[in-house]
Ligand binder design. Sequence first.
Ligand code: ADP
Length: 533
Amino acid sequence: MITRPQSNSADSADTWLVNLPPTAQQSRIALAVAVLLLVGMGATALFADAPLPRIDAFIPAIEVAVILTSLITAVLLFSQCWIHHSRALLALASGYLFTALIVIPHILTFPGAFSPTGLLDAGLQSTGWLYIFWHAGLPVALLIYAFNKGEKLTEPITQSSTLFAVGCSVAIVVSLVCGLTWLATAGERFLPRVFLDATHLAPLSHYVVGFEALICVVVLAILWGRQRSVLDQWLMVVTLAFLSELVINGLLISARFTLGFYASRIFSVVTSTIVLIVLLDENTRLYGRLARSNAMLQSEQNNKLMNLEALAASISHEVRQPLTAIVAGGSALLRYLGHTPPKLEKLRSAGERMIAASHRASQILDDVRNLFGTAEREQVSVDVNDLALSALRALDSELKNHNIRTRVKLKAELLPVMGHSGQLHGVIVNLMQNAIDAMDAVDDDRRVLQVRTEHNGGDAVSVEIEDTGPGIDPQKSADIFDAFFTTKAHGMGLGLAICRMIIERHEGKLSVSSANPHGAVFRIKLPQIKLPH
Ligand code: ADP
């Protein structure tokens, strides 16, 4: 079963050319086409009534083009009307459908096209009246479009479904075309004379065509007089082409097969083609936008998957270290238990290491939960000095195991920062752990970890973690913050990426520079809480 697209008509209409205001470039193109049309009409006007050779195949050829382009335009407009629920578009689509259908009997009845006097039992006046009916359809449709456009654009056309309204319109148009064809052929004898003979126009035709030209002028005036959309602008060009054709036929020529007669048919093709080109262009743009949105959606999904992967990897990475410490502590404990007598002091220290590692694992899990869960709600005032000291305490045994000396220089009376203490603690621990890892590459006696806190400008505090390791290659100092960048055999390359994300969430900055004479300094800058004066 085919279902109607469930779009929000108001939103979708705003993004389509019915409501979109034209860009400067679109206006320039429309203006250029309008000027070309006027120049074409002016040039034709000079020699409009000049007789040219009779070409019987001209009318069928040119009018088949009009039928096809009008029909495709009508189908596209009906589908847009189905999406946007627009009464104005329904009128326009019906106008194009009417044009496509009424041109068929016009070709068939045209004298000399398929038979000397035309098919469908046509009389002398049949083709003339069909031409008049044909050229009444689109101006009337444009008039209805112009009056219905605006405020009521997105209201439903009828109480029943849009599809029903489209179906009704098609049925009305088909019936109208059938009725008018019947009137112009079977009822030809009741119609006033618009042709004196098979070639020359009667005076009445000038008045009727002139009246149709007047409707076009009114449409132009209405469309001109209000805020225009892209479609309105092109419909003005269509109306101008239509007007040009009617002026040539109604005022400038007196017979068929003159320069004006042939030229006016070219205007017919222009009229039926312009909206089609605009709609196709719009559809191509929409397709492009859709393809881009799909690509973005795809990359968004990939990012989400990456984030999940990163989260899983980060948890396993962070938790592995304390778990390894617990396992090592457990093995040591069993080993010491096997001694006779058991080495109680060593047993106690192994047990303490296991407990500390368990606390760290639990702290990590809390941090991860806070980071991806309820972080916003748990922002508190945090003392950065306390954080630095607590991170040093958490890594105390690691520092000892790696023979690392520490130098701590904390600024007294630092103003607190606002944030999530668990996350900030995790960042400092991570930076210290990286420093410990880095200093594995240098001799024991050169291993020093410095931790400093400072005022940073008038409104920020900074924490610096400096090591005496090999430092960071300046060319890589930007890459180390990328997810999955690592130079360690068992590294995940996520620590710094997550640290930077956390600091940026706190509206701070995490940067790195080279230490003097060697090593790396990581600097966390955080905005401090402003005290009321
Ligand atoms: P991981 O520790 O899993 O490698 P990180 O994101 O924490 O992931 O670190 C990324 C890389 O940055 C490390 O592999 C290392 O090359 C470099 N790095 C981080 N900290 C230091 C440091 N203090 N000294 C030298 N290099 C460092």
